[in-house]
Design a protein around this ligand. Structure first.
Ligand code: HEM
Length: 128
């Protein structure tokens, strides 16, 4: 028996499904974020993000089987992500994380990661 990983500890697939579903509900009505998404249907973007997070936290590696190496900075290069986009993303993500009602310890781990990753994705000084 190996110790449960973070993916298992927080409830596995349903937890990440809920996180990303609530996040994309927010994106759908966000005037800063929604125009960035190239497709009208947010479903495929939802699935890519969910599979990425599942893989990152120790669940099945379906993301890389379908998409290859994440290369997230490179994949975000087509989108102008300045401080305003980053902050809008984090606001929507905060709502999604709160909806999970995780143990405070797990919530802090997840949030610190998301905050750090969002800052890492910034590729422009100013919003257009
Ligand atoms: C894809 C925006 C931060 C993970 C995308 C896409 C957009 C976007 C517009 C394309 C949607 C699509 O898949 O068709 C943003 C903005 C961010 C941000 C504005 C603000 C900082 C992040 C962070 C992560 C992340 C922090 C990871 C923790 C992903 C993944 C994809 C994606 C996994 C799909 C990549 C692929 O396989 O093509 N993002 N993103 N994003 N984003 Fe972000």
């Amino acid at each position: 028996m190996t110790a449960p990983n973070f993916y298992e500890l927080v409830g596995g697939e349903p937890t990440f499904r809920k996180l990303v579903d609530v996040f994309y509900e927010g994106v759908a009505e966000d005037p800063v974020l929604r125009p960035l998404y190239p497709e009208e249907d947010l479903g495929p973007a939802n699935e890519r993000f969910r599979l990425f997070l599942i893989q990152y936290w120790g669940g099945p590696a379906t993301y890389s089987e379908q998409r290859g190496h994440p290369r997230l900075r490179m994949r975000h290069a087509p989108f102008v992500i300045g401080p305003a986009e980053r902050d809008a993303w984090l606001r929507r993500m905060r709502v999604a994380v709160d909806a999970l009602e995780l143990d405070p310890e797990h919530e802090a781990v997840l949030w610190e990661y998301l905050e750090r990753a969002a800052h890492f994705m910034v590729n422009a000084d100013e919003s257009p």
